[in-house]
Design a protein around this ligand. Structure first.
Ligand SMILES: Nc1nc2c(c(=O)[nH]1)N[C@H]1C(S)=C(S)[C@@H](COP(=O)(O)O)O[C@H]1N2
Ligand SMILES: [Mo]
Length: 326
């Protein structure tokens, strides 16, 4: 499996893959302007805190529908062979090859931090009494492609409530397994392993947020983050952390893997937002990988605010400057 010495180099994705030439040139010009205007606060750094959130809104009918959509689904073979899972290599095809070595039984998840009932639980016990639901969600990768996938999972909030988070639990931090014996990518000092992610408590409790255990009616394939991963559909794909072994309730904004690596490019919130460009490319459109369309030349469609889930989640960000808290 090819693994470049520096992940940073690997992340210098050719701009032509990201966006079309004209947009790219325009972007370059904007980048120049941005460099000349350092007052443009783009940092999503963890040392400041955003204003407190208002309530989220979602109707029971929306939930019951499982977010069925008229959009064409991504094929199972594409969703399971075109992945980002850097613990198994940086190429899109690497995880489907290399993740076969990931042992998902037994699997223990530790829940700790600001809660009344911390616990170290076998996966079956963690999920006991929670019925997996099917939710058809779009997943929009920050690199510019998207998929439509029928996930199976339990609402994360229902699970978290059992641990009785205290009023100090303002955020939830998640950690992926980092075992170099099973995960060849972890031997390279690229990401500061383990892969970590975080959500604000209201985002973690939001009814859209899923702790996913499968897709297409089947158990989660290793390359997609078996046995449990997050799916946070209104955020860029990297927030949907895979193969989770630890959940911590914390008081301050936790560090996140991509923010630590490139803070000027990846903020804590990482809400899908076509109006806030990545410093190196536009986020206005996405390459939709669905049906029988070829992956690299798939149809480019407009990216929607909050990945199309604005109606359900926009309320959580009222009063938050989304350019600053990108
Ligand atoms: N632990 C871990 N989780 C991860 C990643 C990773 O490299 N390691 N990649 C993220 C990125 S960038 C994306 S786009 C999604 C991809 O999920 P999928 O392969 O199931 O489509 O997983 C996210 N979760
Ligand atoms: Mo991604």
């Amino acid at each position: 499996m090819p693994m470049p010495a520096s992940l940073r180099d690997a992340l210098r994705i050719p701009a032509a893959e990201i966006t079309d030439e004209a947009v790219y040139r325009d972007r370059r010009r904007l980048l120049g302007l941005m460099a000349a205007a350092p007052t443009l606060a783009l940092s999503g750094c963890a040392d400041a805190e955003p204003p407190p959130p208002p309530k989220a809104s979602i109707s029971p009918a929306q939930l019951k529908s499982g977010f069925r959509t008229a959009e064409e689904l991504t094929r199972y073979e594409d969703a399971t062979t075109y992945n980002n899972f850097y613990e198994f290599g940086t190429g899109k095809a690497d995880p489907s090859q290399a993740a076969k070595t990931l042992r998902t039984r037994p699997w223990t998840v530790t829940v700790s931090g600001e809660c009344a009932k911390p616990g170290k639980l076998e996966l079956a016990d963690l999920l006991k009494g929670l019925k997996p639901e099917e939710r058809i969600y779009r997943l929009r990768c920050v690199e510019g492609w998207s998929m439509v996938i029928p996930w199976l999972g339990v609402p994360l909030g229902a699970l978290l409530k059992r641990f009785e988070p205290t009023s100090k639990a303002k955020y939830v931090a998640f950690t992926t397994l980092a075992d170099p014996k099973q995960m060849p990518g972890v031997r390279y000092a690229s990401i500061d392993w383990p892969y970590v992610e975080g959500l604000r408590i209201d985002e973690a409790m939001h009814p859209l947020t899923l702790l996913a255990t499968g897709l297409y009616g089947k158990p989660m394939p290793q390359q997609n983050g078996a046995p449990v991963r997050l799916v946070v559909p209104w955020k860029y794909g990297f927030k949907s952390i895979k193969s989770i072994v630890e959940i911590r309730f914390v008081e301050t904004m936790p560090p996140t893997a991509w923010n630590q690596l490139q803070p000027e490019e990846y903020g804590f919130f990482s809400n899908v937002n076509p109006n806030v460009d990545h410093p190196r490319w536009s986020q206005k459109t996405e390459r939709r990988i669905s049906g029988t369309a070829s992956k690299l030349f798939a149809e480019r469609i407009p990216t929607r605010m909050f990945n199309g889930y604005a109606e359900q989640v926009a309320g959580m960000y009222k009063g938050l400057d989304l350019k600053k808290w990108f």
